[in-house]
Design a binder for this molecule. Sequence first.
Ligand code: FEO
Length: 394
Amino acid sequence: MKRKIKNNVSWIGYIDWELENFHGDEYSISNGSSQNAYLIEEEKTVLIDTIWDPHGEEFIENLKKEVDLSTIDYIIANHGEPDHSGALPLILKEIPDTPVYCTANGVKSLKGQYHEDWNFQVVKTGDTLDIGNGKELIFIEMRMLHWPDSMATYLTGDNILFSNDAFGQHYAVAELFNDKADPCLLEKEALKYYANILTPFSAFASKKIKEIVALDLPIDIIAPSHGVIWRDNPGQIIEKYAKWADDYQEDQITIVYDTMWGGTEKLAHRIAKEIGKLSPDTRVKIFNVVKKDKNEIMTEVFKSKAIAVGSPTVGNNVLSSVSGWLTFLKSLKFKKKKAAAFGCYGWSGESVKILQETLKDAGFEVTDSSLRINWDPEESDYEMAKEVAKELVS
Ligand code: FEO
């Protein structure tokens, strides 16, 4: 069932209350999500994006209840990732000649995934499409936000920016709009989304936000492809993105570790205690990498000015739980954050050096001091925790 957004613009997406993970198992979903597609019915009828294939049949059936598919004049494919393009093959089987507007990279992405030579119409930033009644669509390439093909589409007259993935959240809200959402959850999910998906592309985000602001387009609504539609002060999410994209950090230090027999866990807590003594206002958080959701930890890292990572030595290396997490950490390309390493060992004791090298390779400014403790720590071993804390808070 379509739901009115403004005038002749409707939401026709899918709210997925039961989704638990996304991007394979890379992104945990805690509060549901949605795939938002939109229908514009002016002199021309326009479909903006579709939804994910598992719900494709249902989507087409709903769409058919609202419009005769043969009356759709244009399809806008803002992004080729399957959560937005998944129902395109089903639709285009029924209306095969309908023009599909996308970027040049969008053609590559859609052809590569669906192996169909649809009626692609390549657009670039500033190109427009007249849809009648004095309204037009303006296309804005959003390269690397978060795929090379990503694009946004702006509707004049109604002043709606269909931003696709940008400004989205994996958050199910039945009422669709930001003013109907729980504000704490909305902030949390928008930040988790940025931290875990967009952080590596922050330089692109900064540049693009400046470009969008310079276009000086009135924006009454930002309609992303996931989560709430921003109609109450839509500029707030643009302002947040500008802040988050600018090497964002708070006065927070996050400690992440795994442990075999509890020694490395003791070090984690001791470092936290020393930070608390030195800088009582600094927010300190401690996570066992196995027990806490990796995306939630990464959101805390995003907010932090420094981190400490711990693992005992096992098999001349670090625990696989920690190395897997570090691989994810590196992929997010954090900048301007400090990091310290710590860990216990029985004999060879390579873990701390490996952690330091990996953190450096991941773009962190690694502290000179570390905590490398033979067997289980005792009071005299904790002296160095003070040095680690001092470097992290400074
Ligand atoms: Fe929501 Fe990049 O797809």
